[in-house]
Design a protein around this ligand. Structure first.
Ligand code: SF4
Ligand code: SF4
Ligand code: SF4
Ligand code: FES
Length: 948
């Protein structure tokens, strides 16, 4: 169903250099060749009635209400399926057309419940609109004939209903599921009068393959598929464009509101990252923002065993500031620090790092990107010169070969995955490098040409072997390399990768990937046309994460697959603002724009603007903060929007470090796991309650708009400002746009960015400055940001985390579609119906050997700790490998992950942990202690245990 005030052009826009000019109802209109008569009419401001057509889907031509008359043509062609031609003369309104349309509508209405006044989509129903447009006044067939009015509703999906009695069998939902989402969950079951939409094998929606993306609901012109919130609340009365606060795709949404209540989130058709599509999280899982677990009052306590005391904002902020100053007096300037969040806005993140550097007077600031994409920042900066992905998402539509390494976009970046799958259905080739058989390997109408099912921890061996084939088989793009890359580093790299020990045959033993398969994949990547690499945390979260990122960049440069559409190196960022939090100077060694703190020129610019002297030495990274806390030199932490206890590796170590600190200030929506170790709790604001910007994985800066007042009285940036003022470092921004002005003035890649420009353009991809005033969709077009592209030697070094007789399996971790990161938001929505617990995936052989059956409780033990999860037996994991997600705190997935980390950035090696798995009958000791501590902390905050 179309949302407030959107024009529906009926058929998709066509791109063509050629145009055609035609006359419609006497109006001359010029459109790109291939445009339908219907779209041309709408562009000329002429409204042709339609039911089965909508501009997000290819025309289908089934409803016959869009018929027109075309001079010189027989009959009444459907305007949605007829391409506009030069010189055509079209009439959209004639008495005959009116008759035919009324006749069609009569047929539809005779089998439609006439309950318009009580229908949830009353006022926003295309059937109703078209009946009005064609002037339907009577239904000659009456309502007594055969009909579908008694058909039962399917209420199984928690977010939308399917009411078949209202279905006009226009097929829009079926096409949306196929074309837009790529799941193919819907069909039209039966024939003629008996036909109706069916999910799966005529099952309930929740039993079918449906992933609840909402595309069908969006496409449905009637109340057949309707959001339950619309049924409950009624139609919205105003709306605002904002950006999803979940993953790094950064989908644009229209928040449809009634007063300050969200009625529904409708994917924004003009959103350049999503083009009107969405996934279950952004579309439906926003209820956490008003969940009863939201903490709305500031609280303080002296010790973590004390009950929390609700206090005023002034008192809480004043207490935090006085504690921070006391600690600094006692333990030195460097004894406190801050952690910024990839879930907060750019402006909020910028303020936290400014507070740390200017008000704390040190560089002890780090971000949760440390534990996900810090190797991307390092690796791409070294090789290409800029710490960011090179493409737009749309660029994938020009790729001929898509290589996905260590990522499962179907689960973690679903809207981009839908676009990628569309390209695959058009015939692009696919290489997947992943230890698991994920949904990316095989799905509806696509299958990987090569699945390199490597052993966890052997990425670098695979990338070097791919490079070996490309070099030794003469598949290098010599012209590109000669013109664009650094000659010395290239010849060193050639010499290195050509060595026999890097051949696929030599590496097969290590990687487990058959040499012929690896050779085939390398040839395809190098010779298959435009080749694009997309990668995720399966690349970065390794001891050699940075090495692998550089190996990927090497491969792209060597084959000339960089600097134009359809190619590139594309890190898929996990959280909504991972890119932004890194851009904003959240790392201890970098000021905004990735400039080193030791650089005197850069530092002096910030010093002049901020009116302080900055420390030229990098501060502590998160793991260093924990170590310093344990050795007694780090005592205070300001943690905004991040749950380090759940998300960081080796939970016991983190908890021990936090327990030894004197003032932990947590700013969050919920009393999260970290807050249980805190002394000051500052309630946070959701993305619906603040203004600002997020930057997605394509470097796209989009607006986040306040659609409801902050439930706590303040947006998060205002709280940071209060804290800064209380610390004696004045901040006086009145709107986040002023913070962006400061960011832009101090950051060369952001010089041209402003709220006003984002407003005008919808979104902007940085760099946006004097050289690129409208932003930069594709990077490194004529030359690399660093000048010449630099090849880096990528020697494979086995992880120190080795399997042994005691720990014979490798555990690797990942995400699932319906949950998000630590789950704090999605666990507080109906998304738990899809995934209510973390499970251990284990291969049937490994399970059988251990006597583990489906759903059994399994104890998993590593060198770090133990936890207990239920088993899912599946061949998606290979023998010797087990897998789990980390969305539930009580699972304790990070109790077992270790302190191993990337050599360059300390990004934890989440993807490789040697473990043993055995059937057990009770929770692990850690879990029992967690339950006790959790209960105690909830009591101290006078909260009940969460009931979902
Ligand atoms: S919600 Fe999405 S996946 Fe489910 S049937 Fe509709 S379009 Fe298909
Ligand atoms: S459910 Fe809606 S979109 Fe699907 S066929 Fe019926 S009326 Fe059309
Ligand atoms: S794909 Fe990502 S950004 Fe888009 S709706 Fe889903 S979670 Fe939100
Ligand atoms: S809108 Fe053209 S046939 Fe239905």
């Amino acid at each position: 169903m179309n949302s407030l005030n959107d024009i529906d052009y009926g058929t998709p826009r066509r791109e063509s250099a050629e145009t055609v000019t035609l006359e419609i109802d006497g109006v001359s209109v010029t459109v790109p060749k291939g445009t339908s008569v219907m779209r041309a009419s709408t562009e000329a401001g002429i409204n042709v009635p339609k039911l089965c057509a909508t501009d997000t889907l290819e025309a289908f031509g089934s409803c016959r209400v869009c018929l027109v008359e075309i001079e010189g043509r027989k009959g009444y062609p459907a305007s949605c399926t007829t391409p506009a031609e030069n010189g055509m003369r079209v009439k959209t309104q004639t008495p005959k057309l009116a008759d035919i349309r009324r006749g069609m509508l009569e047929l539809y209405i005779s089998d439609h419940p006439l309950d318009c006044l009580t229908c949830p989509t009353n006022g926003n129903c295309e059937l109703q609109d078209v009946a009005g447009l064609v002037g339907l006044r009577e239904v000659r067939y009456g309502y007594k004939g055969k009909n579908h009015l008694e058909m039962k509703k399917d209420e199984s999906n928690p977010y939308f209903t399917y009411d078949p009695s209202k279905c006009i069998v226009c097929n829009r939902c079926v096409r949306a599921c196929e074309e837009t989402q790529g799941t193919f969950a819907l069909t039209i079951d039966g024939r003629g009068f008996d036909s109706r939409v069916a999910a799966g094998q005529n099952e309930a929606f929740m039993e079918s393959e449906c992933v609840s993306c909402g595309a069908c609901v969006q496409a449905c012109p009637t109340a057949t598929l309707t959001e339950k919130t619309v049924i409950r609340i009624g139609q919205a009365e105003h709306s605002a464009i904002t950006t999803c606060a979940y993953c790094g795709v950064g989908c644009g949404f229209k928040a449809e509101m009634k007063g300050s209540e969200v009625v529904r989130m409708v994917p924004w058709k003009d959103g350049k990252a999503n083009h009107g599509h969405s996934c279950v999280k952004g579309r439906f899982a926003w209820g956490y923002a008003t969940h009863k677990d939201r903490m709305l009052k500031p609280m303080i306590r002296k010790k973590i065993t004390d009950p929390w005391q609700e206090v005023s904002w002034e008192e809480a902020v004043g207490y935090a500031a006085s504690e921070f100053r006391r600690i600094q007096q006692q333990h030195g300037r460097d004894s406190i620090g801050g952690i910024t969040s990839s879930r907060c806005t750019n402006e909020e993140t910028y303020l936290v790092q400014k507070l740390v550097r200017a008000a704390f007077g040190n560089n002890n600031v780090d971000t949760c990107a440390r534990v996900c994409h810090s190797p991307t920042g390092y690796g791409l900066k070294q090789t290409l010169g800029e710490s960011a992905g090179t493409q737009t998402f749309d660029s994938v539509m020009k790729a001929d070969v898509i290589m996905v390494i260590g990522a499962n976009p179907v689960a973690a970046h679903p809207v981009f995955a839908s676009q990628m799958k569309r390209r695959l259905r058009q015939g692009a080739k696919l290489i997947v490098v992943d230890p698991r058989t994920t949904e990316m390997v095989r799905g509806a109408h696509y299958e990987a040409d090569y699945h390199l099912k490597l052993r966890p921890g052997t990425n670098v061996a695979v990338i070097s072997a791919l490079a070996h084939v490309i070099v030794t088989e003469g598949l290098i793009d010599d012209a590109f390399v000669a013109q664009r890359c650094d000659a010395q580093s290239f010849s060193d790299w050639i010499a290195f990768v050509s060595r026999p020990e890097n051949s696929p045959e030599a590496m097969a033993e290590i990687t487990g990937v058959p040499a012929d398969m690896l050779r085939g994949a390398a040839r395809l990547y190098a010779t298959g046309g435009n080749a694009a690499i997309y990668y995720g945390l399966g690349v970065t979260e390794h001891a050699q994460g940075s090495t692998m990122v550089m190996g990927i960049a090497n491969l792209a440069m060597a084959t000339g697959n960089i600097g134009r559409e359809g190619v590139g190196v594309n890190p898929l960022r996990g959280q909504n603002n991972v890119q932004g939090s890194c851009d904003m100077g959240s790392f201890p060694h970098e000021l905004p724009g990735y400039r080193h703190i030791s650089d005197t020129v850069t530092r002096s610019e910030f010093e002049a603007h901020w009116g302080v002297t900055l420390n030229p030495e990098p501060g502590l990274r998160i793991p260093n903060m924990f170590d310093a806390a344990l050795d007694g030199s780090f005592k205070g932490l300001y943690c905004q929007g991040e749950d380090i206890v759940q998300s960081d590796p080796n939970t016991q170590h983190v908890a021990e470090a936090l327990s030894s600190m004197e003032c932990i200030v947590v700013q969050d929506l919920f009393l999260n796991e970290t807050a249980k170790y805190a002394h000051v709790f500052l309630p946070g604001s959701s993305f619906l309650e603040k203004d600002g910007t997020f930057t997605n994985a394509e470097r796209r800066i989009s607006r986040v708009r306040k659609v409801m007042p902050p439930k706590t009285g303040y947006s998060d940036w205002e709280v940071t400002q209060l804290l800064s003022n209380a610390l004696g470092y004045p901040m006086s921004y009145v709107h986040p746009s002023e913070i962006m002005e400061e960011i832009a003035s101090l950051t060369p890649t952001f010089h041209g960015v402003s709220f006003e420009k984002i407003e005008r353009m919808g979104s902007i991809q940085w760099p946006c400055n004097e050289a690129a005033p409208e932003g930069t969709p594709i990077m490194h077009v004529d030359h690399f940001v660093r000048g010449k592209g630099k090849f880096v030697i990528t020697k494979y070094v086995p992880s120190t985390e080795k399997v042994t007789q005691r720990f014979p399996l490798i555990l690797t971790t990942g995400r699932i579609l319906s949950q998000y990161n630590v789950g704090a938001q999605t666990r507080r929505t109906e998304n738990v119906q899809w995934h209510s617990e973390d499970r251990l995936e284990i291969h049937p052989h490994d399970a059988e050997e251990r006597g583990i059956r489906q759903d059994d409780w399994v104890g998993i033990e590593s060198r770090s700790g133990q936890t207990v999860l239920r088993a899912t037996i599946t061949e998606n994991v290979q023998p010797g490998v087990v897998y789990t997600t980390f969305h539930f705190p009580e699972s304790g997935a990070n109790v077992i992950t270790t302190d191993n980390s990337d050599w360059a950035t300390n990004c934890p090696e989440y993807k490789v942990t040697a473990v043993q798995a055995m059937p057990v009958a009770q929770p692990s000791e850690w879990q029992r202690e967690y339950q006790r501590f959790n209960r105690q902390q909830l009591e101290l905050a006078k909260l009940e245990a969460a009931d979902n």
